[in-house]
Structure formats: structure tokens, C-alpha cells
Ligand binder design. Structure first.
Ligand SMILES: Nc1nc2c(ncn2[C@@H]2O[C@H](COP(=O)(O)OP(=O)(O)OP(=O)(O)O)[C@@H](O)[C@H]2O)c(=O)[nH]1
Ligand SMILES: [K+]
Ligand SMILES: [Mg+2]
Length: 370
């Protein structure tokens, strides 16, 4: 392990030394590719180390979605968990009060959302400092990262944390790059650009692919703005996780109104004070919006819909997903479904649809069996 960490340091050092210009960009691209490989190796569990979560971190997933609380020590992660769930996680003024993953359940909009309180992480976490690696692995399993930040601390804290998450392959608030890559058995490399690329060229991709020993493959770059980093993300796609992130600044009771106003205007950002009980509900609502869960109400033939209990499904779910939520074998006897609400073509009339029909939040669905 020490070896990989040392190699990573060497490459990072070489990248820092290398001036960025036309002549060095191929070399830098290759270094980035090597770095990505080493970082992925670093995350592989050591031989005989079991599943890798580490004791106290293997919390099984439950509920409709999972939120991970990530942040430096003592920013108020545990305080927040205790505010929004019935779980009491220990709170104290010293760093590393929380030592394992503590799950709580947030009830909202008829859904049960698992919230994981995690130990604080520090710079170097991705390379294994503290419990950094376990914390980040836990964050990687979540549907939403709540990055808890201390409003009284320096602005750099956010970029530092982002860099740690980046280093282990987490991509926050981003879509996978629009690049098609397919490994082939033979035929060499075929690299195509849909439009003239601004930051890439064929030789650069060729070099990186050769370094990854992908000598036979097809590449189609659809995005003219794609970068080398994007391309490496596509090669390493099994090690990448695209997760939404909400930046939550806590302790706003201790900053000026001007500064608070500035923070609150940033993208994907909310502000709160757990101490003064300010803004907590806003944070919860924003989480709900970010998770994009949908409430589907079911109805039996000739009866009114049951609005007291919603089925919770993910964004872009179909009638098939709804069936699966109701019962594992329901779709085997499925004939058609009737849908009322916003996803139907005629908003208040019912519509007869098949398994692949996409549902919308608060649709009413009746499943008709064969
Ligand atoms: N001023 C102020 N202090 C707060 C606020 N929320 C939490 N604290 C205090 O911050 C300290 C740390 O809180 P914790 O909830 O233990 O922080 P944590 O992020 O879970 O810390 P670790 O588990 O050690 O990483 C405690 O002394 C809290 O009382 C807040 O909104 N304002
Ligand atoms: K603490
Ligand atoms: Mg804590």
C-alpha cells in the first residue's frame, strides 16, 4: 500500500513540476491516466481484508434512498442527524467524536430516507488518512452527498473536500462525459470526433488507450468540450460514481449577515444553524428535491385512490418499477395500467398504458391483471 501511495506522490509531484503547454500536454495526459489507475488500486481491499467496508461501516441499505453526511470534524454532522431523525449520534466539541457510520431514518413525503452520519474526514483521506477511505466508500454508496461545511471556517474547506472525493472517483453534480468507448477483440483503434474537439486530439487519446493496453477499441467523442480527464473517467467508468451533492453551511449563527447572504446564493447550497434551529426544514426540503423521488398512489377498480400511503419510486421510473414495488411477481400477470395525473396525456382523465410508461410524481395508478 505504501508503495502505491508513494507512486501517487511521485506522479503528483511530476505533474506539478511540468509546465502546461502544447509540448507537454501529451505527457501530462499520460500521467493523469497513470494516476487514475493507481488511485483505483489504492481503493481495492488488501488481500484477505474482506469486503473492505471496515468494521462499523457496513451499514445495510434501507428505505427509499440514502444520504451521506460528509465533512471535516466538528462541523455539526451528528448534531444535524439528531435534529432530523430519531437517532442520537454523539455530539461534542472535539474532533472525531463519531468513529463509525451511524444510520438514522428521515421520514419525508411518505418516504423513508436513510441518513448516514459519518466520522469527519481530513485532508489526505483519499490516501487513507484517518478513517478517510471507509468514510468515502460509504459516501460512494449514497444517492446524495450532503457536504456539511462550517460557515465560520475558510472557504477552501469545500474545495479540499471535493478534491478528496474526486480522488476516489466520486463526481459531484456532474453527468458522465458524452464519450462512447467500446473495447473490441481486434481491428485496432478507431477514434472519431463528432465535431472538432477543443481540448483533445487523436494522438492524445491513442497514447492513453495504449497505456491502458486497450489496443482494439472504438471511440466516439460526442462533446467538443471533452477533456483528458473526461476521457480517463470514461475508461475508468467502473470506478466512477456520479452523485448529487448539496453543500450545507452550518453554524450560520456565528457569521455576519452579509457573508451569510453571499453563501446562500451559491449553487447547490443551503445554510442552517443547528444550534438556533434555523433552516433545518429548508435543508430537508432541498434534499427531497435533489433525490427526485416520486410518490405514486395506487387505486383499486371502482374505489378511490389511497392517498394515505404512497409508493416511493425513483426519478425516471416506469409502470414496471411501480409493479416491482408492489409485488415481485405482479408484472407476470400484468395486462395494462390506468394512470391519472400529470404523466397521463390528458391530465385529469385516465390513460391506458403499458409497462414501459414513465410515471410522474403524485400519479394515481391502477394495475389491471390478466
Ligand atoms: N455555533 C454553532 N455550533 C454548532 C452548531 N451545530 C453544532 N455545533 C457544535 O459543533 C460541535 C461539533 O458538533 P458535532 O455534531 O459533534 O460535529 P461532527 O461534525 O459530528 O463532528 P465529528 O463527529 O467529530 O466529525 C459541537 O460542540 C456542537 O454543539 C451550530 O449550528 N452553531
Ligand atoms: K465533534
Ligand atoms: Mg459526529
Amino acid at each position: 500500500m505504501v508503495n502505491i501511495t508513494e507512486k501517487i506522490k511521485e506522479i503528483e509531484e511530476e505533474m506539478r513540476r511540468t509546465q502546461k503547454n502544447k509540448a507537454t500536454e501529451y505527457h501530462l495526459g499520460l500521467l493523469k491516466g497513470k494516476l487514475a489507475r493507481l488511485r483505483a488500486q489504492l481503493l481495492e481491499p488488501a488481500p484477505g481484508a474482506g469486503s473492505g467496508g471496515g468494521s462499523g461501516f457496513d451499514v445495510s441499505k434501507s428505505g427509499d434512498a440514502r444520504i451521506a453526511l460528509v465533512g471535516f470534524p466538528s462541523v455539526g454532522k451528528s448534531t444535524f442527524l439528531s435534529k432530523i431523525t430519531k437517532t442520537k449520534s454523539e455530539v461534542a466539541a472535539y474532533s472525531f467524536t463519531t468513529l463509525t457510520a451511524i444510520p438514522g431514518v428521515l421520514e419525508y413525503g411518505g418516504a423513508e430516507i436513510q441518513v448516514l452520519d459519518l466520522p469527519g474526514i481530513i485532508e489526505g483521506a483519499a490516501e487513507g488518512k484517518g478513517r478517510g477511505r471507509q468514510v468515502i466508500s460509504a459516501a460512494k454508496t449514497s444517492d446524495l452527498v450532503l457536504m456539511i461545511l462550517d460557515a465560520t471556517k475558510k472557504a477552501e474547506q469545500r474545495a479540499l473536500l471535493e478534491a478528496e472525493l474526486e480522488a476516489v472517483g466520486i463526481r459531484l453534480n456532474r453527468e458522465p462525459p458524452n464519450i462512447y468507448l467500446k473495447a473490441k477483440k481486434a481491428g485496432g483503434m478507431k477514434i472519431t470526433f463528432q465535431s472538432p474537439p477543443k481540448h483533445l486530439d487523436e494522438k492524445m487519446l491513442y497514447n492513453i488507450l495504449r497505456d491502458y493496453k486497450m489496443l482494439n477499441c472504438e471511440v466516439l467523442v460526442r462533446d467538443e468540450n471533452a477533456t483528458v480527464d473526461d476521457f480517463i473517467d470514461v475508461i475508468m467508468k467502473d470506478h466512477r460514481k456520479y452523485i448529487k451533492c448539496l453543500y450545507v453551511y452550518n453554524k450560520i449563527d456565528s457569521v455576519s449577515l452579509d457573508f451569510l447572504d453571499k453563501l446562500a446564493r451559491e449553487d447547490h447550497t443551503v445554510v442552517m444553524s443547528c444550534e438556533l434551529d434555523l433552516g433545518i426544514q429548508d435543508v430537508v426540503e432541498r434534499c427531497w428535491q435533489e433525490l427526485q423521488l416520486m410518490r405514486i398512489y395506487t387505486k383499486r377498480k371502482g374505489e378511490d385512490p389511497d392517498f394515505s400511503e404512497a409508493l416511493i419510486v425513483r426519478n425516471n421510473s416506469t409502470i414496471e418499477d411501480v409493479c416491482d414495488q408492489i409485488h415481485r411477481t405482479l408484472k407476470e400477470t400484468f395486462k395494462y395500467a390506468m394512470v391519472w395525473g400529470s404523466s397521463g396525456k390528458y391530465s385529469l382523465q385516465s390513460q391506458r398504458v403499458g409497462l414501459s410508461h414513465l410515471v410522474n410524481d403524485e400519479d394515481v395508478v391502477q394495475i389491471v391483471a390478466k
